[in-house]
Design a protein around this ligand. Structure first.
Ligand code: IMP
Length: 196
């Protein structure tokens, strides 16, 4: 048993849970939806990262009454009004990364401005408030997929200050500058100085 306050990470992704657990294990007892035996799909229908993160966190807070946070991420390409954005996971109508990348490259054909950014939003619901934390990494979209590291759009995203894509860069480099790492850092700093 632990005397630490329980904090729920509204995710079924064990990789994400383990990563965060290592960073705040002295402050909170972090659990995921698996420990709550919750395996329902929570709708993500608000049209924004902030809205979807809130939708997931509030569904769990209402059900279990425990402080809870959730995350949502996406790739935003400036020349096409921020697409794929909140629809990044299923831009082409399926969750197939290759199809999503192919559609994005097709939609950027002949377009000179290839600037883009990845963004992560965390929504944390405590007993007395709702907090948001975000992380962004700016970059540009390559002409062709390059590299096998990572997932999603990594093979076509070149972070600012580099020539290689996230798919080509060392995993540790991506870890140090990614949108997710930056949002995580803000959340962790808040949790370290706040009592739940
Ligand atoms: P999630 O909210 O973390 O599940 O991210 C939603 C979608 O955004 C993923 O399915 C990917 O398509 C895309 N995405 C988010 N973060 C990354 C990343 O670090 N690299 C590549 N694609 C990402």
């Amino acid at each position: 048993m632990t005397d630490l306050p329980t904090l729920v990470f509204a995710t079924q992704n064990q990789g994400k849970l383990v990563e965060l657990k290592g960073l705040i294990s002295q402050k909170v007892h972090l659990i995921s939806l698996n420990e709550l035996n919750f395996d329902e799909d929570i709708p993500e229908t608000t049209g924004t990262l902030e809205g979807n993160a809130h939708q997931k966190a509030s569904t769990i807070y209402k059900r279990f009454g425990k402080p809870c946070f959730s995350d949502d991420s996406g790739l935003f390409v400036n020349a096409i009004d921020g697409a794929p954005g909140v629809d990044s996971a299923h831009y082409s109508g399926s969750r197939d990364n290759e199809k999503n990348i192919a559609l994005l490259l097709k939609n950027l054909d002949q377009i000179e401005d290839r600037s883009a950014y990845f963004k992560t939003v965390f929504c944390l619901i405590t007993h007395d408030n709702t907090h948001y934390f975000e992380g962004i990494v700016k970059g540009s979209i390559a002409n062709h997929p390059r590299g096998d590291n990572g997932f999603g759009y990594d093979p076509i995203f070149v972070p600012e200050g580099y020539h290689q894509t996230f798919g080509e860069l060392d995993k540790e480099i991506k870890k140090s500058l990614s949108h997710r790492a930056r949002a995580t850092q803000s959340l962790i700093e808040f949790l370290r100085k706040t009592d739940l």
